[in-house]
Write a protein that binds this ligand. Structure first.
Ligand SMILES: Cc1cc2nc3c(=O)[nH]c(=O)nc-3n(C[C@H](O)[C@H](O)[C@H](O)COP(=O)(O)OP(=O)(O)OC[C@H]3O[C@@H](n4cnc5c(N)ncnc54)[C@H](O)[C@@H]3O)c2cc1C
Length: 306
């Protein structure tokens, strides 16, 4: 049986990434999780999501870029997404990764690139979520986020924290004081026991602690999970504390638990769907398989259909 760690390891293999992304045949397998290749392909999908009373977050897939030019292209892509959101009147914000903007080349480059996108979002009254990547970049991601947050509004830029990291509760306590808008998720990377809880029950218990801290902070946060236990714990705590549904949102990934997305939205909860697109789908797609190795059967069935 192929394990989560093996799949995450495969997600980082550059040779496989190049091989898989070169052939359009493989791209067909990813359609459940990757909404399209271009912004224009994704817009009708976001319209459908909006029609079900859910909002969205555009994610142009790319990470760990290796040149200034590629990082600059990512900025251009995001500026164009923000323009299209306004032109098309769709309800969506954007999610970015700092390694997509050159963090691996130079943190200052990543900051400047991210700043251009946040400035444009500020001008347009939109919002940029800085995704969180593996633990080697947690601190620098928080540092860059804080600079952006100091310059732009609470409602223009937010960050992500991962409940599998030991440090996250302390980070959340510090960041809510700014205040900052936080998306809490469990975490999708392969982390050693020196930095992250190895057992799922501890990741879940920490998730609930952070959710309670966030909900009690009075700031609008994102509760990103497909786990019904985490969702119930969030709703129970909010009800007990008299915290209104309008003061937070649930977030889920495109292609995962669409039934639950619809149900929560019908029950009057704010629901945002994270919608990835683009040619660089390989690491994202492999992390989704890792979260639920049963998804491999789904992929293999489609492979058979060719
Ligand atoms: C909106 C959003 C943004 C995210 N941003 C980040 C980020 O910035 N950084 C980061 O490290 N991680 C991010 N993640 C991923 C996250 O960290 C988890 O890896 C992922 O959400 C799975 O955890 P879970 O809370 O759904 O719970 P789990 O315990 O993993 O899953 C609970 C249940 O959800 C369903 N499920 C979960 N994943 C899948 C899947 N891939 N396919 C099918 N069913 C599934 C299954 O029914 C499963 O039993 C994000 C997740 C979401 C929803």
């Amino acid at each position: 049986m192929i394990t989560r760690s093996a799949l995450i390891w495969l997600s980082r293999q550059e040779g496989l990434k190049d091989f898989a992304t070169r052939f359009r045949y493989f791209r067909k397998l990813t359609t459940r999780f990757v909404a399209g290749d271009t912004i224009d392909e994704v817009i009708p999908i976001i319209r459908e999501i909006n029609a079900e009373n859910c909002t969205a977050s555009f994610d142009h897939l790319n990470e760990s870029v290796e040149s200034d030019i590629e990082a600059g292209n990512e900025v251009a892509e995001y500026l164009s997404i923000l323009t299209k959101i306004d032109e098309q009147g769709i309800r969506s914000n954007v999610s970015i990764k700092l390694t997509q903007f050159g963090l691996g080349i130079d943190p200052e480059l990543a900051y400047k690139n991210a700043r251009q996108v946040v400035e444009e979002a500020h001008r347009r009254g939109n919002f940029v979520r800085v995704d969180m990547e593996d633990s080697s970049v947690t601190q620098v991601t928080i540092d860059i986020f804080k600079r952006l947050r100091a310059e732009f509004g609470l409602d223009n830029v937010g960050i992500v924290l991962q409940s599998y990291l030991y440090r996250t509760l302390a980070d959340a306590q510090e960041l809510v004081k700014l205040p900052a808008r936080i998306r809490i998720c469990k975490g999708a990377y392969l982390e050693p026991p020196e930095v992250a809880f190895p057992a799922k029950k501890d990741v879940d218990a920490n998730y609930i602690k952070v959710v309670q801290l966030l909900l009690a902070s009075g700031v609008y946060h994102g509760i990103a999970t497909h786990d019904p236990k985490m969702i119930d714990a969030t709703i129970d705590f909010a009800m007990r504390e008299g915290i209104g549904k309008e003061t937070y949102e649930f977030q889920m990934l495109y292609g995962v638990r669409r039934d639950l997305q619809r149900q929560l939205s019908r029950d009057g909860f704010n629901m945002r769907v994270y919608v990835p697109y683009g040619k660089h789908w390989y690491p994202y797609f492999m992390r989704r398989l890792a979260e639920r190795p049963g998804n491999i059967w789904f992929v293999l069935k489609n492979l058979g259909k060719g």
